[in-house]
Design a protein around this ligand. Structure first.
Ligand code: FAD
Length: 407
């Protein structure tokens, strides 16, 4: 095992593997990915993998938009399969929030997203199975759909390997080596690996790992439950939806519908969280689903599981050079929305590491220091079902909502 590299990546989820791929694309040969379990063992393998552009915060929408062609042209750009299935996507909002939705659809169109506002009648025409009694308008994206987290991470890693990258699975990073203020490598249970660049994409394990080098970020693992329902045979359901109550659902393999909802359970331990779906969650999920798609009253539960998001106080990611440590880069806090932007994040982290700044995509909003500065990112026209209220910092101060970056 060669223990020296040009760059080390911690974690082989979609972010680490996408970054490895982008580094070799930029001519870097000795890229080493260290993964404590196996490819896509963390959030990525549990991801519902919705691919849509509809965000309320424009910098996130731009990253999703920049990523879409990668999913659409996967075979040409990466090779292998990512499982992208184009279905079309509907975003429904609570009554009273229609004007916010209207404004966001206009803003999204302004940055080039193929989206439109449709009436409830249009929605019913496209998807007759939908209950529209509480819907006045919806946002529609014809190009969106879903993909597969396992396939995506594996395909990124295969492509990176073809370009010369190496992955060591079953190797846990336990610490960092620093000289002065520059990174030198990492310590692992298989010895020290040396490199002038280290990129940490450790998903829900990021918080405690980064504390080992004195970086204290407000990162909270949050358990989210997914149900796979068996549709009644007569029910065709072809689209991806996000509906009020943090309810989202999409078709899965033949005859199945994947359903997620709710705020999740913050403070979960990513190594020991309960993987099965709770009984009360199942009951409420079935009710919410049957409200939106009444024919799903006859749906049966096929299986369920839980996965971990990595959540920050504003629900937005951190993509940045580590404050005060030259050569260390961070990609974390992707919450429940990282999958669809993984192609763009790989580009951003590779450019940060090789040229000091991301120039192809814009990640300036997602600085690691914003929480210490007392700020949290906020959209101008927000209708998140789970608003991220200002949270007290350790010093007891609340974070100020900063909408300046939503442009
Ligand atoms: C249930 C669920 C549904 C989701 N649905 C969607 C969705 O519909 N659309 C969307 O865009 N996003 C969705 N997401 C979010 C998305 O999946 C994540 O944001 C994304 O997968 C994060 O990828 P990652 O590579 O940062 O983290 P991970 O996939 O967690 O990868 C981190 C890797 O690092 C490894 N690791 C950790 N610590 C160490 C260490 N010390 N040494 C070595 N290796 C280490 C882990 O084993 C893991 O493989 C969902 C997430 C979940 C859990």
């Amino acid at each position: 095992m060669d223990h020296t590299a040009d760059a080390i990546i911690i974690g082989a989820g979609v972010m680490g593997t996408s970054t490895a791929f982008q580094l070799v694309q930029r001519g870097m040969k000795r890229v080493v990915v260290l993964e404590k379990t196996n490819i896509a063992a963390g959030s990525s393998g549990k991801s519902s993998a919705l691919v849509r552009m509809h965000y309320t915060f424009l910098p996130e929408a731009r990253l999703a938009l920049a990523s879409l062609p990668w999913f659409q042209e996967w075979d040409d750009r990466v090779g292998g399969r990512c499982g992208f299935t184009r279905t079309g996507f509907f975003r429904l909002v609570d009554p009273g929030k229609e004007d916010l939705l209207r404004q966001n659809v206009e803003r999204l169109r302004g940055i080039g997203v193929n989206t439109e506002l449709i009436s409830s009648g249009d929605l019913k025409g496209m998807a007759p199975e939908t209950n529209i009694e509480d819907v006045e308008v919806a946002a529609y994206e014809p190009d969106s759909g879903y993909a597969d987290g396992h396939s995506t991470a594996n395909a990124f890693m295969d492509a990176a390997r073809r370009g010369g990258a190496t992955i060591h699975q079953g190797v846990t990073v336990t610490g960092f080596q620093v000289r002065g203020d520059a990174i030198q490598g990492v310590e692992t249970d298989a010895g020290v690996f040396s490199a002038p660049i280290v990129i940490s994409t450790a998903g829900p394990w990021s918080g405690p790992l980064l504390q080992r080098i004195g970086i204290d970020l407000p990162l909270v693992p949050s358990r989210h439950q997914i149900m796979i329902l068996e549709r009644p045979p007569s029910l065709a359901h072809e689209h991806v939806y996000i509906s009020p109550g943090s309810l989202y659902f999409r078709p899965d393999s033949a005859g199945l519908t994947l359903v997620g909802y709710g705020a999740g359970e913050d403070g979960a331990d990513p190594d020991t969280y309960r993987d099965a779906v709770d009984a009360d969650h199942q009951i409420e999920g079935a009710e919410r689903m049957a409200h939106r798609i009444p024919a799903m009253q006859q749906a049966g539960m096929r299986r369920g599981y839980a996965g971990c998001y990595t959540v920050t106080p504003d629900g937005k990611m951190i993509v940045d050079q580590a404050p005060g440590i030259e050569g260390l880069y961070l990609g974390t806090g992707f919450s429940g929305t990282g999958f669809k932007i993984s192609p763009a994040i790989g580009i951003a982290l590779a450019e940060l590491a090789t040229q000091g700044a991301a120039t192809t995509v814009d990640v300036d909003a997602f600085r690691a220091t914003r929480f210490d500065e007392g700020r949290m990112l906020r959209a101008k026209f927000e209708y998140l079902d789970r608003p991220y209220d200002p949270v007290p910092t350790e010093g007891g101060q609340s974070l100020r909502a900063d909408t300046d970056w939503d442009r």
